[in-house]
Design a protein around this ligand. Structure first.
Ligand SMILES: *Cc1c(COP(=O)(O)O)cnc(C)c1O
Length: 358
């Protein structure tokens, strides 16, 4: 039996996509082999690689002056790749809104003059600081933000005004969840395993004028231009995850695109937040306007009840609800692929649990 899997990552995938992949698993489009077994130089794989990019461009409305690549290494490798790729003045500004954003900042500090211009660490990251232009150094090579903070459950609900300083945005846990204006950013990157497909593929979207200020010692494999010029085929790409991502992109397109997905996501999040806010047992301490619609942490008043909740939820087919070890309590990750029925089942279970444990 399939469960409702609230894992923060790797995460649930649309059942329709999994079934499609299963059908084609051992003989992809009459090639006589699986995509897993296929040369990345084959015409079948080239078609997958091309279609994945075309669909992504369509879904996100990516302007022509942006390059796209599907690469390896995870979002974490981009924490290091970034300061080596945009390296004009050797300085960059960071907004530290969570554990991942902090990691990105710390890695950059190893290579450049990275400055934390704002942080919400003073309140356990439960809000998003307001960034104004005067806080950003005018000669910074870029401003780094993390749109959706997976562990703590916050999200930027505005685009910082950064003037000519390009904004680099870690979209790992919210890509394709809501409409966004790509042209407002210099670079977008995301690991695939939360809202795109299986772990192993990392997506980068880079405005093409930012491909030419790479540090001279930047390793070839970390250099974005290596991958954008080779159309993601510089070396062996994460071929199977990219293929599944392509099926996810097809699925999103069929659904009606990101606008439709966003409405579904907002409704799912509202259902859960409304219940939590009206509950006497469950609570979420994130500043309301900064709440994530993808990752929703919550707690009961005590550790014993949290434990009991997790155990009984699991037995009821609602799994991986344990919060990150740095935060504790519970966290429901309700990415694109979490069906509305899954969130409904969670809310119903929480209601029942609250009644039984008054
Ligand atoms: C999960 C996550 C990462 C790390 O991704 P990896 O692919 O595991 O390196 C980075 N940033 C955010 C916002 C994340 O949610």
């Amino acid at each position: 039996m399939r469960v409702y899997n609230f894992s923060a990552g790797p995460s649930t995938l649309p059942l329709e996509v999994l079934e499609k992949v299963q059908k084609k698993l051992i003989n992809y489009e009459n090639s006589g082999m699986s995509v897993m077994e296929m040369s990345h130089r084959s015409k079948e794989y080239e078609a997958i690689n091309t279609e994945a990019e075309v669909l992504l461009r369509e879904l996100m409305n990516i302007p022509k002056n942006y390059e796209v690549a599907f690469i390896q290494g995870g979002a974490s490798l981009q924490f290091e790749a970034l300061p080596l790729n945009i390296n004009k003045n050797g300085k960059a500004d960071y907004v530290v809104t969570g554990i991942w954003a902090e990691k990105a900042y710390k890695e950059a500090k190893k290579f450049i003059d990275a400055k934390e211009i704002a942080s919400s660490k003073d309140k356990s990251f439960n809000y998003i600081p307001k960034i104004t232009k005067s806080m950003i150094r005018s000669d910074a090579d870029y401003l780094h933000i993390c749109q959706n903070n997976t562990i703590v459950g916050t999200r930027f609900n505005y685009i910082p005004e950064a003037g000519n300083v390009p904004i680099v945005n870690d979209l790992s846990s919210c890509i394709l969840s809501e409409e966004m204006d790509v042209s407002k950013y210099g670079v977008l990157y995301a690991g695939a395993q939360k809202n795109i497909g299986p772990a192993g593929m990392t997506l980068i979207i880079v405005r093409n004028d930012l491909l030419d200020s790479t540090h001279a010692n930047c390793p070839t494999i970390l250099k974005w231009k290596t991958h954008t010029e080779a159309k993601s085929l510089y070396h062996t790409p994460p071929s199977f995850p990219t293929y599944v991502a392509m099926e996810v992109f097809r699925y999103l397109k069929k659904l009606g695109g990101i606008k439709v997905m966003q409405k579904i996501n907002e409704d799912k999040a509202k259902m859960l937040y409304d219940f939590i806010d009206n509950s006497k047992m469950f609570s979420n301490n994130i500043v309301k306007e900064d709440r994530s619609i993808m990752n929703i942490p919550f707690v009961t008043p005590c550790e014993e009840l949290n434990e009991k909740f997790l155990k009984e939820a699991k037995a009821a087919g609602l799994t991986t609800l344990k919060g990150h070890k740095l935060v504790g309590g519970m966290r429901a990750s309700i990415y694109n692929a979490m069906p509305t029925e899954g969130v409904k089942a969670l809310v119903d279970f929480m209601k029942k649990f609250e009644k039984e444990n008054k």
